[in-house]
Design a protein around this ligand. Sequence first.
Ligand code: PMM
Length: 339
Amino acid sequence: MLLLEPLGLLHGAAARAAVASGLARPLAGGPSAFALVRFPDGRIRRVGDVPAEVLAGLTAPRPWAGFADTPVVMGILNVTPDSFSDGGLHFDPGRAVAAGLEMVAAGAAIVDVGGESTRPTSVVVPPEEECARIVPVVRALAAQGVAVSVDTRNAATMRATLEAGARIINDVSALAYDPESAAVVAAARCPVVLMHMRGTPQSMSGLAQYRDVAAEVAAELAERLQAAEQAGIAREAICLDPGLGFAKTAEQNCALLERQGLLLALGRPLLVGLSRKGFIGRFGGATRPSERMPGSLAAGLVACRQGAAVLRVHDVAATVQGLRLWRAALGWDTPAPGN
Ligand code: PMM
């Protein structure tokens, strides 16, 4: 796969005018656009000088899981005693369901339910315990029509939660952790998120060595994408995720965010999870995760600028408000008369 990087990103009126005059091409179906492209050997060309089929990986629309109008917000619901930001908050199933419904009311398109923390110091949770934590929550939310995704690496948990009504599987190991997981997703024909990571949550911090973080993450995600397809998962079902904070330093997270467009060359939509993570605290000067909403929102909008289709966040209401402003200011939505 040719890893082309879109440069000269344009938004709003500039994007519309440049695309109309042939000086730019839509990024991932638009409405943003790009005017230049960098080839793997470093050459930069104007899009008009590159055949349309060579740029197809970057330009093609990529609807996923029924969400055509992106970016959308995925609310994080950790039913764990130890997640880094919200651990313990939603450990009671009743409180977890109420929090999930609140996220939907605040504008989340998806609620991502997890029963195992993946922070570096976390302990591995057996699938039986994971299921005991999350199946009742998934079932209750799904029964109310919520689009539930399940954050798990375990095939048994995938099976049980899909039966309970989950619609999407979100695997931080990109289906590499459990040898049976790809077959479960293939048989269910459900949408799946493949996140980039090296090693496991316990070993990843020693594996953050990259020459070119964006190019290497893109190449490693391309391998996981290919493995998933070989296991019988339809390409259209797959969403990719750079895995910010997983086997990456704070600087590497920022470098990846800045050059996220390169990952769009893989032809799939991108989910970005940066909410309240350590690098937001480090660069934003916020020690406690609960104080990191402003930095998370700012960085989330950078991710959208670079073509993210799904933002995975703790602070749903604030993110939805920020995204509405972003869309309105770029002329993506026409505000209702009188507003
Ligand atoms: N980050 C966490 C957990 N699951 N899933 C995806 N797809 N992407 C992420 O960045 C991601 C994830 C980190 O823990 P949290 O649930 O406390 O945010």
